[in-house]
Each structure stands twice: as structure tokens, then as C-alpha cells.
Design a protein around this ligand. Structure first.
Ligand code: NAD
Length: 294
């Protein structure tokens, strides 16, 4: 069993750390939020007063932070220099590939191993331990990380060199935003014509419109008990985080001169929805934006 430092115990990191505890690992967590620390303690983990304190004697450091800025700030030269040599660093935040590569290079230069391992599967997947991990980095480091990732996820993919996990992840999230908006448009149209959202969703799930947003994350309140839509869009994947990921996809498109017209349209819709004061609620709330009277 490993001693694992876990930095960032929010909607995703909290339940991921709790699953590592359940599998018998010693987990020492740090977060800026007291309630996140309390939740880890009640799940049987230990808490620290700083990220550095959490990493004392750790074999593995996992981070689950909002954005690239937070990841670059955490993995400063000073911080990495104080880790045990050969420490395995797993960053599961969704960030830009450029930052992922630069922190991994720094970590390697200081005798550590580092992979980018962003996840898919949402907060329910984090709680159930069924996340998909998409790994970029050296193959040998991926093999070393696999048993740890298996404690939190079901499907573990190796995407390629450092940063490749992040590129695959933003492609996935661009597609997710597009099918969430498409699903919301379709349900909104149907319900405005008097259809029951549950019945319409069942029909489309068994027809060619079937997709993940319909199957496990229905945006219409009351269709799925466990979806954020049925909990006033709380506790899921924030609009601001989706807007960030769509921004990363747009940047990646510019870098490689790739057209992403639907991704760009999705970015604009999410940006407007965030600016209207909805940045902290779940991204499936975009159905409310589309439901405004025209
Ligand atoms: P969140 O905002 O719920 O959690 C982030 C946590 O990081 C917060 O608790 C915050 O206090 C903490 N934090 C910020 N700076 C810190 C620092 N310097 N030291 C310690 N803690 C710090 O976000 P989340 O939904 O858990 O998402 C985390 C990452 O996972 C993001 O990159 C997001 O894009 C990605 N992601 C989220 C989901 C989802 O469904 N929520 C799904 C897949 C991937």
C-alpha cells in the first residue's frame, strides 16, 4: 500500500481520495476549503495544513485542481525539490497540454516521475470509482500508476507522451459540451410541444440520438434522480470548468490550425451563460439558457 498525498479535494478530488482510503492506502489530503478537509477526515483520510505537509514521506502525489494556473503554482521548483526522489506525481486536473508538459519536465529534472491523467465520468463516476483515466507520459510511469488509478477508475487509457492525456481529454469535453447542448435543444423543443421529458428521453435513448448526456446526465429536472438537474444543478461539473475546457479546445484548434466551429459555438454559449451569473452551477443547466422565451 502507498502513502498518497492528495491535493484538491473538491467535487472530484474528495470522492477520489475517499476511494483510495477504502482500498487501504494511507491518504493525506490538502485543500484550501475546510469543508473539503472535513469530508476527507470523515472518510478516514488524514489532513494536512499545507500541500507540502501532505507530501511528507509520500510515494505518490495526486492533484485534482481547477486549472493550469493552479497546477503550475503547486508544482513550483521549490515544491518539487522537497519531494522524495522517484515520487510518482499524477495530475488529474484538466489543463492545457503545454503546462502539463512543462511541469512534467521540471518534475523529471528533479528526479520525480510525472504523468498527466485527466478523468472523465463526472462526480457520480468519482464517487462510484468508475472514472475513465486518460494518461500521457512515459509508458513505464503509466504502468506504475495503473494500480493506483484502478482504485478510482474502471477504464485506464494510455494516450501517448506527456500532454497527450490532456489533448484527448479536451477533445472529449468539446464533444461532451456539443452533445449536452444538442440534447438540451432537443428536449426543450419536445417539451415545448407538450411532450413529457422522461418519455422523450427514453425514445431518443433507444433511437439514433442516444448519447451520454441522455443516458446518464439528463439536463431536464426530475428525469434522472441522481443527475445534477434533479438537485438544482448542484454538485456536478461547473459551467466555469466547462467554459475553461472549451477555451482549451479553442486554443488547441488555433495552435494546430484546426476548425472547430461547433466547439467555438459551444464556448460562446457557455461563456454567455457563465456571464449571466451561472458559473458555479452544473453545465447541464445550459438547458435553462435555451429555454428562455425567444
Ligand atoms: P472543484 O472546484 O470542486 O475542486 C477543486 C478544489 O481545488 C477545490 O476544493 C479548491 O478549494 C481546491 N484548490 C484550489 N486551489 C488549491 C490549492 N492551491 N491547494 C489546494 N487545494 C486547492 O472542481 P472539480 O469539479 O473537483 O474539478 C477539478 C478538476 O477536475 C478540474 O480541472 C475539472 O476540469 C476536472 N474535472 C471535473 C469533472 C466534474 O464533473 N466536476 C469531471 C472531469 C474532470
Amino acid at each position: 500500500m502507498s502513502k498518497i498525498a492528495f491535493i484538491g479535494l473538491g467535487n472530484m478530488g474528495g470522492p477520489m481520495a475517499a476511494n483510495l482510503v477504502k482500498k487501504g492506502h494511507t491518504v493525506v489530503g490538502f485543500d484550501l476549503s475546510d469543508s473539503a478537509l472535513k469530508a476527507l477526515a470523515s472518510a478516514g483520510g488524514q489532513t494536512a495544513n499545507s500541500a507540502l505537509e501532505a507530501t511528507k514521506e509520500a510515494d505518490v502525489v495526486i492533484s485534482m485542481l481547477p486549472s493550469g494556473k493552479h497546477v503550475a503554482e503547486l508544482y513550483s521548483e521549490e515544491f518539487i525539490s522537497q519531494l522524495k526522489s522517484n515520487t510518482l506525481i499524477i495530475d488529474s486536473s484538466t489543463i492545457d497540454a503545454v503546462t502539463a508538459r512543462s511541469v512534467a519536465e521540471l518534475a523529471c529534472s528533479k528526479g520525480c516521475k510525472m504523468i498527466d491523467a485527466p478523468v472523465s465520468g463526472g462526480t457520480n463516476g468519482a464517487k462510484a470509482g468508475t472514472l475513465t483515466f486518460i494518461v500521457g507520459g512515459k509508458q513505464e510511469d503509466y504502468e506504475k500508476a495503473r494500480p493506483i488509478l484502478k482504485c478510482m477508475g474502471q477504464n485506464i487509457f494510455y494516450a501517448g507522451n506527456s500532454g497527450a492525456g490532456q489533448v484527448a481529454k479536451i477533445c472529449n469535453n468539446m464533444l461532451l459540451a456539443i452533445h449536452m447542448i444538442g440534447t438540451s435543444e432537443a428536449i426543450n423543443l419536445g417539451t415545448r410541444h407538450g411532450l413529457d421529458a422522461k418519455v422523450l428521453s427514453e425514445i431518443m435513448q433507444k433511437s439514433s440520438g442516444k448519447n451520454w448526456s441522455l443516458e446518464v446526465y439528463n439536463p431536464y429536472p426530475g428525469v434522472m434522480e441522481n443527475a445534477p438537474a434533479s438537485k438544482e444543478y448542484s454538485g456536478g461539473f461547473a459551467v466555469d470548468l466547462m467554459t475553461k475546457d472549451l477555451g482549451l479546445a479553442a486554443e488547441a484548434g488555433l495552435e494546430s490550425k484546426t476548425s472547430t466551429p461547433l466547439g467555438n459555438a459551444a464556448l460562446n454559449l457557455y461563456r454567455m451563460w457563465s456571464e449571466a451569473g451561472n458559473g458555479k452551477i452544473d453545465f447541464s443547466s445550459i438547458i435553462q439558457f435555451l429555454n428562455k422565451e425567444l
